[in-house]
Design a protein around this ligand. Structure first.
Ligand code: PMP
Length: 406
């Protein structure tokens, strides 16, 4: 196999040549947002330049062209996650909106008093608070399955799931520890109990996902975490549930016939896409998916795996640094705590050297608290990063430690 040429590929990303305080940018905050290749920017700009018109509205040349481009993006996203057909792809503004849509369009209608929803301690707030609030409203119970030995406590999950469980929603990869939960098994148990299941794919989608093989009912992700534009996202829905989805927002594009006293709604996926969508962004998202597929999802994964292993190895070797979920396989995220140094101070220090990392609770306070802290320092590489950057980070971490020991 040809070597993955990260140096060459990094040239596709103009922002990576930015100088930060006179130092070359080292961008290790990809779990928060990935950078965008030139081709995605060009696709969006060209759309505005040559094809801009509202979609699904007009019969004029530009409107038809614009609609075709957006629907082509839907097909690309279908291909990207291996869905069976384009109508299973609903465009949203991101993972957060996708999760909300499931709650308001589907779960709200099946949840009754004393029913249960199951999530995990690893959840990002956007896949936790929405279920917590819905349970409060419906007098249902939210069960949060704890972390155990770096992964999900499967015994607890198996003993908690029952006929009362109407819905399960879990992240595939933790945005704090980078660890992947045993989602395939979780899907099987959910279905055996008769519950539908959503997988939060925000952190996993750019590593390659096959929703059919996974067998989940819903899969949510954001464009800005897979080299696409911000403000775009996808909600994948299993075929068997498409007809059960009820409209959430009302407006243009999602109706069939409107009378003063009643309305009939458009088929899926349009029923859930009220109003003018962010079609330039969506078209850019399609271009991002195409870009990744052209690079090769397996090649990307292999290279990122090697980078992440090296990153964890380096972090483990620095005195006073503790890796969260040590020894567990990680997907482009490694978080640490440093003895006597607050993550905020470490991140500020690294920033002065042009190194972009993130400190804080990462919108996942439950899991951060489980590790006995309120903040962690997160390093998150992507395929345009390289091993030399990991060496530079190591040097700078040593400097920080020296500085704080003075
Ligand atoms: N879930 C996970 C696991 C995430 O990492 C994120 C983003 N940090 C989200 C959900 C929310 O994504 P967005 O803000 O793009 O809606």
């Amino acid at each position: 196999m040809e070597m993955f040429d990260a140096a060459k590929i990094s040239l596709d990303f103009p922002i990576l040549s930015t100088m930060v305080y006179g130092k070359p940018l080292i961008y290790f905050d990809n779990a928060a947002t990935t950078q965008i290749p030139q081709i995605v920017m060009d696709t969006v700009t060209n759309h505005y330049k040559t094809q801009n018109a509202n979609v699904h509205r007009g019969i004029h040349y530009l409107s038809k062209k614009s609609t075709m481009c957006m629907e082509h993006a839907r097909v690309l996203m279908q291909k990207f996650v291996h869905a069976e057909s384009p109508e299973q792809i609903v465009f949203t503004s991101g993972t957060t909106e996708s999760v909300h849509m499931i709650a308001q369009s589907y779960v709200r209608y099946l949840l009754e008093e004393d029913d249960q929803i199951i999530v995990s301690e690893f959840e990002h707030h956007s896949n936790l608070v929405v279920w917590q609030q819905l349970c409060m409203e419906k007098r249902a119970k939210l069960i949060v399955i704890p972390e155990k030995n770096g992964t999900l406590d499967m015994d607890c999950f198996i003993s908690s799931i029952s006929k009362k469980t109407k819905f399960v929603s879990m992240t595939m990869v933790s945005n704090v520890t980078g660890v992947q939960l045993p989602v395939k098994l979780i899907v099987q148990y959910a279905h055996e109990a008769g519950a539908a299941i959503c997988i939060d794919g925000a952190q996993s989608v750019r590593h390659g996902v096959d929703v059919c093989r996974l067998g989940c009912d819903f899969f949510c992700f954001s464009g800005h975490k897979m080299m696409g534009p911000a403000g775009t996202g996808v909600l994948y829905i299993a075929r068997k549930l498409l007809d059960t989805m009820r409209p959430v927002r009302f407006g243009g594009g999602m109706v069939e016939t409107v009378y003063s006293d009643r309305t009939t709604f458009a088929p899926m996926p349009y029923r859930l896409e009220a109003g003018t969508p962010n079609y330039p962004g969506i078209i850019g998202l399609g271009a991002a998916a195409e870009y990744l597929m052209n690079l090769g999802m397996e090649e990307i994964s292999e290279y990122e795996k090697a980078l992440t292993v090296e990153l964890e190895h380096m972090l483990n070797s620095v005195e006073g640094v503790t890796v969260l979920g040590k020894g567990q396989e990680k997907y482009s995220v490694v978080s640490v705590v440093m003895k006597g140094i607050h993550p905020y101070d470490a991140a500020s220090f690294l920033d002065k050297y042009g190194i972009a990392v993130r400190s804080g609770s990462h919108c996942a306070q439950l899991i951060v608290r489980k590790y006995g802290v309120d903040s962690v320092l997160r390093f998150s590489p992507a395929f345009y990063n390289n091993f030399h950057e990991i060496n530079t980070i190591q040097e700078k971490l040593q400097e920080i430690i020296g500085f704080f020991q003075k």
